[in-house]
Design a protein around this ligand. Structure first.
Ligand SMILES: *Cc1c(COP(=O)(O)O)cnc(C)c1O
Length: 397
């Protein structure tokens, strides 16, 4: 035990020495896991309410997922996009069948998926209307990624520093403000891009009327409606893709995080209007659609069914029921297993999160809130055990 504590300490020192200091890591070294229970090297257990930031959709080392991944890894791990591979085709077909979208492009990350959507939106407009109709409206407080273009799309000033010049022609609308949006739309607008629940921005769900208005105005003015489902997608909100709750039909949907259950994989879905916008030579990637990641995604997507989505909604109800009368909790936001917890004044989310980790629970934070993204198939037992720890920490804060 003492030996392992020493091992962890050395590891942390080596990390600080050799890895770029861009992350403010918590004082936890994770070694292994099963489901929603993780362990460090000393054997200490943690209930995982983070899923690796919404990626490990079925928790750690889910048996079916491991089998799918290891089978593909020991068959053919990669082949490039110069050739056809079965897992990629099968997962594309499954995505199209489940969403009624027409075509898919595969990438490796959320930022890349949004880059692809931005390129496609601009090209759609260029092909049809010529140069100059290139403005994309995103929302204040949004988050779309860390590349230069997706930072530019991100509607938060803190991300618009140092790396000048950013990509032009992005406009930022206050979330859920229909009048403000009306004021921003012009003949130069080519797309509107939203997250239905702003994840990094503090787990803020948009007003359904706003989402419906975007769908309508986009159709009326031939503006492309892009939904960034990088965090909200793949069952997270209790729907396969969160837009499905609102009866809207976006032209482009991007997703990543939970899609392949913890491997880097992204999909960009195109409808009938946009399926032929990017053609031969206009976009590409070496790793996108990688067979191991595609096999992982097949394993995950095939199990995001009504039963699982019902489980997600039941878990949400348990979380709301148990937290609603805790006096340190001001409000609970988000949808499904994408949960934001606003704390009473004076309580700091990072401090609460650190205290939770000391006590065997791994939550996340988003802005000033505690954010929970547990595995979608977390057992009620693990969920309640995690909530016990969180409630205890809140009461002692
Ligand atoms: C995490 C996230 C991204 C960026 O995804 P990466 O895989 O980190 O590039 C983009 N959009 C949203 C909504 C996200 O939550």
């Amino acid at each position: 035990m003492e030996e392992m504590k020493e091992f962890e300490k050395n590891l942390i020192a080596l990390d600080n020495e050799n890895i770029l200091n861009t992350y403010k890591r918590f004082n936890v070294v994770l070694k292994e896991g099963h489901g929603a229970t993780l362990k460090d090297y000393t054997g200490k257990e943690y209930i995982d309410f983070s899923s690796g930031i919404g990626t490990n959709s079925f928790g750690a080392c889910d048996k079916e997922w491991v089998d799918a991944v290891t089978k593909q890894a020991s068959t053919l791990q990669h082949s490039s996009n110069l050739y056809y591979t079965a897992p990629q085709v099968l997962v594309a077909k499954m995505l199209c069948d489940k969403t009624n979208m027409k075509k898919v492009f595969f990438g490796n990350s959320g930022a890349e998926a949004n880059e692809c959507a931005i390129k496609a939106a601009r090209k759609y407009s260029y092909d049809k209307y010529g140069a100059g109709r290139s403005e994309i409206i995103t929302l204040q407080n949004s988050f779309h990624g860390r590349t230069i273009a997706t930072l530019s799309a991100t509607g938060q000033d803190v991300f618009h520093q140092w790396f000048f010049p950013f990509v032009g022609d992005f406009k930022y609308c206050p979330a859920s403000d229909i009048d403000a949006l009306k004021g921003l739309i012009s003949e130069k607008t080519c797309a509107i891009m939203i997250e239905t629940v702003q994840g990094e921005g503090g787990v803020v769900a948009l007003d359904p009327a706003f989402i419906k208005y975007i769908d309508e105005v986009c159709k009326e003015k031939d503006i492309l409606f892009i939904v960034d489902e990088v965090q909200t997608g793949n069952g997270r909100t209790g729907y396969l893709y969160s837009y499905m709750e609102y009866g809207v039909t976006p032209n482009i949907v991007t997703t990543a995080k939970g899609l392949a259950g913890g491997l880097p994989f992204a999909a960009i879905l195109f409808d009938e209007k946009t399926e032929n916008v990017l053609t031969y030579g206009q976009h590409g990637t070496t790793f996108g659609g990688n067979p191991v990641c595609a096999a992982a995604a097949l394993s995950i997507l095939s199990r995001i069914n009504d039963k699982l989505l019902k489980h997600v909604k039941e878990c949400r109800k348990i979380i709301e029921d148990r937290l609603s009368d805790i006096k340190e909790v001001k409000s609970i936001s988000g949808k499904g297993l994408m949960v934001g917890i606003e704390l009473e004044d004076g309580l700091k989310a990072v401090d609460i999160a650190a205290k939770c980790m000391e006590n065997g629970l791994i939550p996340l934070t988003a802005k000033t809130k505690i954010r929970l993204l547990p595995p979608l198939n977390i057992t009620f037992e693990e969920l309640n055990k995690g909530l016990d720890i969180l409630i205890q920490v809140l009461k002692e804060a």
